[in-house]
Design a binder for this molecule. Sequence first.
Ligand code: ADP
Ligand code: MG
Length: 615
Amino acid sequence: MADRIQLLPDHVANQIAAGEVVQRPASVVKELMENAIDAGAGSVKLIVKDGGKTLIQVVDDGSGMSPTDARLSFERHATSKIRNAEDLFALHTKGFRGEALASIAAIAHVEMHTRPGTEELGTHLRIEGSKVMAQEVAATPVGTSISVKNLFFNIPARRNFLKSNKVELRHITDEFHRVALAHPDVAFHFYNNGSELFNLPSATLRKRIVHVFGSKTNEKLVPVEEATQVVNVSGFVCKPEFAKKSRGEQFFFVNNRFIKSPYLHHALVAAFEGLIRSDTLPGYFLYLEVEPSTIDINIHPTKTEIKFDDERSLYAILRSTVKHSLGQFNVAPVLDFEHDRNLDTPYAFQNKEVTQPGITVDSGFNPFREDPRPARRENARPAEKGGAWEALYSGLESPRGGDKGFSSLQLESDTITGTIFDPDTLARPAATTFQLRRKYIVTTIKSGMLVIDQNRAHQRVLYEKFLKSITVKNAVSQQLLFPMVLSYTSSEMEIIRGIKDALSAAGFVFGKMAKDQIEITGVPFMVSNSEVEGVMDQLIADCQRHGEHENLSMSDLLCKTLSRTLAVKSGEVLDPGSQLALVDDLFACKEAGLSPFNKPVYVTLTESEIDKKFN
Ligand code: ADP
Ligand code: MG
């Protein structure tokens, strides 16, 4: 039989390797910026166009390269950073695999200008799809500038797979954050389509974080510092009250390299346990220094996953260090086994002024009136539910949720959470529904009975209402008496800009918009003041999560988020009028049977099914 095995030509091998190293423009940004850092740059400029699809350029003032090195740097496995396998266990550089430039040059049009400080003249090199098109002597500043154009020009399938410019820019920004946070002493500039996104001077770590995430960040940071035999930990965590639903402020660096580690993330979540709501994430910027020989960075081509020799100790150290820092800065109760949890004040209330308890008399109360609902409800603004009282209980898990049986059958003496529906509908006789375990509304129908999930039902009702007001474009908004100014990071602002039109259609009214702040002057009719921030937070988180699927309509996402955030929750007591109104509103919906998230809203139990049970 004839021999069939051949060695792959270099450019094919490079293209294959490129698939692992370069997934999207952001991967190129990461590799080029890391090379600049490895070259000892004091200042790094990043310039991108069209989400990096048209141009990615990184300019540094680092060591530069000789003409031979410039040419060699594009060969596969060409690196100046390690010489033998042992060096892998004493790494002090970002790169070491020597395949980034070769991979990038295999799938793009690359130009390099480079000059070491010792030379008068530098080198200009042009490579397209691994082919060197030109190499010449050139006058150029000390350092290296590499521009990458038309990424994936020769792999159309990959190019088509790229997301919109906006999404790609977001990935690039994430990478930029990671490198910038790992090297506060290096100055960074970042330009997108000609406008400056970041200008970060060389600074302390705290200042760098503030420059990246906005001036509001300063007050959030709690320093963390601990030196042990296994690891030195330093950096900051965010105070619990600033925990957000959206990700974006979670950073681990190991020996100045950004890494992803669900395991260590869990250590942080454990440290914040009891201090933040379970649907929010702690913010952290943590820097671990370990002996290079105790980690293996080699397990992933993009080098964001690493293996630790002693992961368990790291976990324990991180958790206790962070707990300790939170305690020291008086933001967490210090470990105290005698401590009575009942005496804890929820954070939201620590700085609030104490108000005198008052007695409110229901002046409209008439014991002889047929309809015994309290008169005050008529004036209650729909949006006032879930305001202060809810916050009062946040953090104290209600033991009442666990009670058994029909105890939540609505009695007049129960606290009325508030009215969430038109007062008009309350005028109906209130006998055909009751609330089961503060979770379900039970009502009768001709053929038997109906058990409705109150949360999902209300989601459906709100979802359709919002969808209607957005598509018909006559959303009702209420002017805020005092406009609210909310602060966001620049990537959050980017998201807000993207959804602003949809938000306006839903009834939000925006005032001035600054680089890291937005003024809100009006909100949709069903949103109360106290809910605005939470709604925005949730929206940003959802956009981050679903922004990838761009065929998903923005207004649909918006309505889903609003309905989920604003709907009555399980555990909320509904007065009989509200129960009835909810049932009415639900069955006026186009698709009453499904929640906006495709979950069943109600179940029926027919008479014959009930009969069967008695057999
Ligand atoms: P690695 O970083 O893993 O060594 P790369 O393909 O990223 O591999 O780069 C190959 C080599 O090119 C590096 O080892 C370095 O010597 C050189 N190099 C790349 N970028 C720069 C730069 N910006 N300044 C100086 N030298 C560079
Ligand atoms: Mg490199």
